[in-house]
Design a protein around this ligand. Sequence first.
Ligand code: NAP
Length: 287
Amino acid sequence: MKIGFIGLGQMGIAMATNLIDAGHDVTVWNRSAAKADPLLARGATLAATPADAAQGEVVMTMLADDAALETVVYGERGIRGCPALHVSHSTISVALAERLTADQGNDGGFVSAPVFGRPPAAAAGALFIVAAGADDRIDRCEKLFAAIGQRVFRVGDTPSAANLVKLSGNFMIMAAIESMAEAMTLAEKGGVDRAMLLEVLTGTLFGAPVYKTYGEILVEDRFTPAGFAAPLGLKDMNLVDAAAGTLRTPMPVLGVVRDHLRTAIAQDGPDVDWAAIGLVARRGAGL
Ligand code: NAP
């Protein structure tokens, strides 16, 4: 398919690479154009503006946050009004997804398709894609999704539902990291090895990928280089809070993990992984 890909950060570069390798005709755009070089070497075309990347059948976006996506859509030479179907993979607010849905007009339409999975999963083409929008539009993306992901979950025809699912999931990841970090800190202070605790827990009741992936990161204190940077995690917790406010849903645990993220960023800088909230639990206990 002739497609565009906008946003070549840690996730986007891996996703675009897989799309090229699957044989698609990919035109790329990134704010910092040099990041496209490895893709050009693989046969991609460089677009001069976001709009130039949105002239094919589909344009996929994978950008940092709401502000970045708003610039790419509504800014100068943005993709608004272009013929391509816009498939948004970024973790953005429910409100922006609603705005993008409402603004569909004589363009190619809008599908929201945020993803679960860190950069290694993106590189392996093993993301989980949560897609919402008109069925026929999601059908048109099937081959593209197959190139970047291992499974697609369709969660309805209201695009913002996918963003609510994604934000709920990220909140649960943060809560899982927090609870594991607290348990590991408790165990270590009592003389129990963290790695041993993790082996027992993931081998019994907590065998889920989230505990295995983040448990290893916590045991190894592997917070740099960041696979998912703490400021992006804080952005997501703020988006969860915005949705919770709109939907009048109390989320007391959210307040704890969001504050711990703020502490981690203040103490360790913006370049650490969001799992660095584990350090906050350790330091709080004097370790
Ligand atoms: P990243 O490496 O920081 O990349 C961010 C991308 O956004 C870059 O292409 C960057 O361009 C672009 N960007 C930022 N501000 C911009 C602006 N004002 N105008 C235009 N472009 C702008 O982030 P990432 O880890 O790939 O994450 C991308 C999205 O996926 C985020 O929404 C994140 O929450 C979500 N996500 C991440 C993970 C993960 O584990 N990393 C997993 C699932 C979902 P430059 O190259 O010019 O800076």
